[in-house]
Design a protein around this ligand. Structure first.
Ligand code: PLP
Length: 407
């Protein structure tokens, strides 16, 4: 378990945590949307821009070589972090969203009218809309798994949806609204027993859980750096090599080719076949420092600390009259979505902001889940490793006041 002293040391890496909002010390509880970035990452971005910036993979000159090495070292660090077999299976994208669009568009080009894809009702729009775009192009059918009252997937329904037309299953590892940690390893095994490949949206899992793509045996796994203490605009698509080799390119341009004539183009080897154009190589290089940050603390220590904070907070929130918490699965990450009585989430969010507490309000890019819960939106508080029990108390006090004002 991390001690208060260790958390204090960690907090010193995040100068933004010392700022004020509405004249009060800020409590940042919007970590599900994006986490803050430690100095080690910011310093690396600054170092590269001031000493080493040059485009990757194009030059023989020293700076270009240095930059290429930094980018590829980062790829290797991420490969190790998720336990992928080879660097060819680690594709850099702009984020989780682009990674899912890549798979839906490229892998999805093999699907035909009437083929079925299994999603769940708790998906983020990033794991719904790309499949709908594919549906509109090809006539595939989307099947959706429901949840129970705790916010857990109905695994019987999931298993019953597989049939000879099922070609893909795509679901989140952790829900960004309910916090539910889905039993993805078992769900992947179920899909594979029907010969169906699986994409896991790991956007909310990668900052909190150890990801082992080999142990999970997933076909694709996607996540974003900005939720993992890393830079914005960087994401990762892990794919099994056999699929990536078969898949057509997603975008065309520089870097992804072997030879181009006006008559014909041959493509670069993996992973570059899927990395058209100049990537955010500075961000990619700096992402490796975010991985170091997580590894130095230990992902299990991070998860334990966040879990204690979540339990502490949830228990006390339940004492506030008319409190409703959405997502109470025993196996959940440190996300608390809630409503108080008939107060509008937006009003609660504003009153919390006036007290320096930054939470997210709205549908959280999960409108089908809001429909399932029969609510317009929630207020969502979520923890990261740098949050403290004092901050939890500040939040609880601010929430109690806000709830009383809106009563
Ligand atoms: N999937 C889930 C579960 C998310 O929570 C998010 C972002 O909140 C995304 C996908 C999209 O991530 P990004 O905006 O980084 O592409």
């Amino acid at each position: 378990m991390l001690t208060p002293q260790e958390i204090e040391e960690i907090r010193r890496e995040f100068p933004i945590l010392a700022r004020e909002v509405s004249g009060k010390g800020m409590v940042y509880l919007d970590n599900t949307a994006t986490s803050q970035t430690p100095l080690s990452v910011v310093d690396e971005i600054h170092r590269i821009y001031t000493t080493s910036k040059a485009n990757v993979h194009r030059g023989v000159h020293t700076l270009s070589q240095e930059m290429t090495d930094l980018q590829e070292q980062s790829r290797e660090k991420i490969r190790k972090y998720i336990n992928a077999d080879s660097r060819e299976e680690v594709i850099f994208t702009r984020g989780t969203t682009e990674a899912i669009n890549l798979v839906a568009s490229s892998f999805g080009s093999r699907f035909k009218r009437g083929d079925e894809i299994i999603l769940t009702v708790m998906e983020h729009h990033a794991n719904i809309v790309p499949w709908q775009l594919l549906r509109d192009r090809t006539g595939i059918v989307l099947r959706v798994v429901n949840i129970n009252d705790l916010g857990e997937l109905d695994l019987n329904e999931y298993a019953s949806l597989f049939n000879e037309r099922t070609v893909m299953a795509s679901f989140c590892h952790v829900s960004n609204v309910l916090g539910t940690i889905n039993p993805v390893k078992e769900m992947i095994a179920t899909a594979h027993s029907h010969g169906v490949p699986v994409l896991i949206d790991g956007a909310q899992a990668s900052p909190h859980l150890r990801i082992d793509v080999k142990d999970l045996d997933c076909d694709f796994y996607v996540f974003s750096a900005h939720k993992m203490y890393g830079p914005t605009g960087i994401g990762v698509l892990y794919g099994k090599k056999r699929w990536l080799e078969e898949m057509p390119p997603y975008q065309g341009g520089g870097e992804m080719i072997a030879k181009v004539t006006f008559e014909h183009t041959t493509y670069a080897e993996l992973p570059f076949k899927f990395e058209a154009g100049t990537p955010d190589f500075v961000g990619i290089a700096a992402f490796s420092k975010a991985i170091d940050f997580i590894e130095n603390i230990g992902i299990e220590n991070i998860a334990d600390h966040e879990h204690l904070l979540m339990e502490y907070t949830q228990e006390r929130m339940m004492k506030i009259p008319e409190m409703r918490i959405f997502g109470t699965a025993p196996h959940k990450s440190a996300v608390i979505s809630f409503l108080v009585g008939r107060s509008h989430p937006y009003d609660l969010g504003l009153l919390l902001d006036k007290q320096g507490v930054e939470v997210r309000t709205g549908h959280h890019c999960a409108m089908p889940l809001m429909d399932r819960l029969d609510i317009p939106g929630t207020v969502r508080a979520s923890y990261a490793v740098y949050n403290t029990f004092e901050e939890a108390d500040t939040f609880l006090k601010a929430l109690t006041r806000a709830a009383a004002i809106l009563e």
